[in-house]
Design a protein around this ligand. Structure first.
Ligand SMILES: [Mg+2]
Length: 261
C-alpha cells in the first residue's frame, strides 16, 4: 500500500530536507555523496529545502559546498529567502522580524521595510539568540499595529544537531502567541505547500514528479501529502520513531533508491 504511493516512472526530482537528512549540525549524513552521485547518473534532479531560517541562503549554500555537496544556488530553497517573496506577494510593505539578522536581510532584499514599532506583520524565524527582550519588542510591535498579522517560517518544535536536539522555531512562536493572544496567521515553510509549489513552478515539475525526503513527519511528509507528492521518511537507526502506516520509512539514505528503481 505504502510502496505504491511512490511511482518510480513518474519521479523526475528528489527534494531533500537539510537538517537531519543531508547534515546534522556540521556533519554530513553518511551516504549523502553516493546517493547524490547515483541520482545524477540517473538524470534525476535534486533540490534542497529547509525550514531553518537562521542563515542567509548563500550561507547555507556555502555550508553545503564545504561539506562536499556542490549544487547550483537555484536548487536551494530556504524559508528566510522565500519569506521575502511570500510577504511581498501578500501586499505587505513593512514587517518586524523576530528572528536572526539573516532573516531580516533576506526579507529586506524584497523591498520590505523592517520596523521596530508599527508594522503590518511580524515574521518569526528560528533564532538561537531569542530572548525576553526580542519577545518584548515583537509584542509591543503587535499591540501598536492594528491589524498586524503574524507569520512564521515554521513551527518545528526541534531540529537535530550533533549532540542531540535544539529547540526550533515553534517555542518562540508559542511565546509570542501567548504574549499577544494572536495565533499565527500563516506558516511560510513546511508543512505549508508554498515552498514546494514555488519549486514546482520554477522548474516546470508537477507535484507527482517530486519525491520529498525528510526526517519530520509533521513538516516534510505533511507538506508532501498536502501537495500530493510522493514522500519517504528518513529516520536514523538510533531513533525510535513509531512505524507510520502511510509513508515509507528508510534507515539509510541509499535505500531511497528502492523507490526509484
Ligand atoms: Mg529535518
Amino acid at each position: 500500500m505504502v510502496l505504491s504511493e511512490v511511482d518510480p516512472s513518474r519521479v523526475k526530482a528528489v527534494a531533500f530536507d537539510l537538517d537531519g537528512v543531508i547534515y546534522i549540525g556540521n556533519r554530513l549524513v553518511p551516504g549523502v555523496s553516493t546517493l547524490l552521485e547515483t541520482l545524477k547518473e540517473r538524470g534525476i534532479q535534486t533540490f534542497f529545502f529547509t525550514n531553518n531560517s537562521m542563515h542567509p541562503r548563500p550561507g547555507v549554500h556555502q555550508k553545503l559546498a564545504a561539506l562536499g555537496v556542490a549544487i547550483p544556488l537555484g536548487c536551494l530553497y530556504t524559508t528566510a529567502h522565500f519569506a521575502g517573496a511570500f510577504l511581498k506577494e501578500r501586499g505587505l510593505k513593512t514587517f518586524h522580524g523576530m528572528g536572526t539578522k539573516a532573516l531580516r536581510v533576506e526579507v529586506e532584499a524584497y523591498g520590505l521595510i523592517h520596523t521596530e514599532f508599527r508594522s503590518e506583520a511580524i515574521l518569526v524565524g528560528l533564532d538561537p539568540e531569542f530572548d525576553y527582550r526580542k519577545l518584548k519588542v515583537a509584542m509591543r510591535v503587535y499591540f501598536s499595529s492594528p491589524g498586524c498579522r503574524i507569520f512564521a517560517c515554521n513551527r518545528d518544535s526541534t531540529y537535530p544537531v550533533e549532540d542531540g536536539l535544539n529547540p526550533g522555531c515553534g517555542p518562540a512562536i508559542a511565546a509570542l502567541e501567548d504574549a499577544t493572544g494572536h495565533g499565527v496567521d500563516e506558516i511560510v515553510g513546511k508543512p505549508s505547500p508554498f515552498m514546494l509549489k514555488k519549486l514546482a513552478d520554477d522548474w516546470g515539475l508537477s507535484f507527482g514528479q517530486i519525491l520529498v525526503v525528510g526526517d519530520s513527519y509533521a513538516s516534510d511528509i505533511a507538506m508532501a501529502k498536502t501537495c500530493g507528492s510522493p514522500s519517504v521518511l528518513f529516520s536514523r537507526e538510533s531513533r525510535t520513531d513509531p512505524p507510520l502506516p502511510d509513508v515509507p520509512l528508510v534507515r539509510h539514505l541509499k535505500d531511497i533508491l528502492w523507490y526509484l528503481d
